[in-house]
Design a protein around this ligand. Structure first.
Ligand SMILES: *[C@@H]1O[C@H](CO)[C@@H](O)[C@H](O)[C@H]1NC(C)=O
Ligand SMILES: *[C@@H]1O[C@H](CO)[C@@H](O)[C@H](O)[C@H]1NC(C)=O
Ligand SMILES: *[C@@H]1O[C@H](CO)[C@@H](O)[C@H](O)[C@H]1NC(C)=O
Length: 304
């Protein structure tokens, strides 16, 4: 990303602070007043600003910039009513949870993980209208648990911005994630991919159980012993395919393991037996496809 884009994004935020509010128009949904300013959920930001905001998002997503977002606990890139949906996982409500899943998940940790560290990016497809940008972005990832192998990952996003230049909604698809996963596993042992998978499963389960021992204590405890945890994760549930990161799988619990340290009271249940509402088989394919989730901004703007 060019420095000029960073500066522009900073300037537009500064303009907003100076009271340069986009006024709501007829027919638009207007959010609740907060202080002096009413937040408009569907401002007409224009193509250029949406392009700059898109670049700003990926600049903040990139390691190590994402560490600052994590440390802020509630990233200012999100509105406090933000709603997020990530393909193959679940939906995430509110600023704090989204800061954990969009930024926290992608910072390096001691855990053995299928998640990588995002680096340089290139927006390869982009269009924008009113308050919505739709884009495909290729991000170079490094995977610390796979001998630091690098692969590009294509991330397709629909982002809706409010008049405070905060993301009020996002819908994200990790394109070809189900292809990336076996590619990563094969990178561990090209000749014997089945052995590589076994090794990975053992490492991931150990990692989750270690995190459980360290961080899920007292009423956050999910398993009576490390052995019980390990047996459950390796024998009683599926490893999970690429589309099963929000289902009753080992890989789903691997995703949520990252967040345990930050808020054990919220996240320990996700690695437990019943998956704490994040890792279970309760959502059918049909429900997924027909779900009507987003409330803040229509994804199909009114015809002018
Ligand atoms: C983050 O936001 C949540 C929800 O608004 C709030 O309860 C919490 O105190 C905030 N945390 C920090 C560190 O600002
Ligand atoms: C990603 O990495 C590849 C290979 O290492 C490199 O050719 C490419 O330019 C990188 N992409 C970006 C956006 O930096
Ligand atoms: C991967 O890279 C990190 C940081 O660059 C380094 O600390 C770590 O030792 C590397 N791991 C492997 C397995 O090479």
């Amino acid at each position: 990303m060019k420095l000029s884009s960073v500066l522009l994004a900073a300037v537009s935020v500064a303009g907003l602070a100076a009271g340069n509010q986009v006024s709501p128009r007829k027919g638009q949904k207007v959010g609740v007043a907060r202080g002096e300013l009413a937040i408009n959920q569907t401002p007409d930001l224009g193509y250029k600003e949406l392009w700059d905001l898109q670049n700003m998002f990926y600049t903040r997503f990139k390691y190590p910039n994402n560490v600052n977002e994590v440390e802020s606990i509630n990233s200012t890139i999100f509105s406090d009513d933000v709603q997020g949906r990530v393909s193959d996982t679940r939906n995430f409500e509110g600023r704090e949870l989204n800061t954990e899943y969009i930024f926290g998940l992608f910072v390096p940790s001691d855990a053995v993980s299928i998640i990588g560290r995002p680096g340089d990016f290139q927006i390869i497809q982009f269009t924008a209208n009113r308050n919505i940008a739709s884009a495909s972005t290729r991000v170079n990832f490094t995977f610390p648990s796979f001998n630091n192998v690098s692969f590009p990952v294509q991330i397709d996003t629909w982002l809706a911005w409010n008049s405070e230049r905060r993301i009020s909604q996002y819908d994200v698809t990790f394109r070809w994630f189900a292809y990336l996963l076996p590619t990563l596993i094969q990178s561990l042992d090209r000749e014997r991919p089945e052995e590589a998978l076994k090794t990975l499963v053992a490492k991931v389960a150990s990692s989750i159980c270690d995190s459980h021992e360290t961080s899920c204590t007292g009423e956050n405890k999910q398993y009576d012993s490390r052995q019980e945890c390990y047996d459950f994760l390796t024998k009683e549930i599926r490893v999970g395919q690429g589309f099963e990161l929000g289902m009753n799988t080992l890989l789903c619990r691997n995703i949520h393991e990252h967040m345990i340290k930050a808020r054990p009271g919220v996240h320990c249940s996700h690695i437990g037996r019943d998956g704490g509402g994040m890792c279970d088989d309760s959502i059918s394919y049909q429900t997924k496809v027909e779900e009507q989730y987003f409330r803040n901004s229509p994804w199909v703007p009114e015809t002018p």
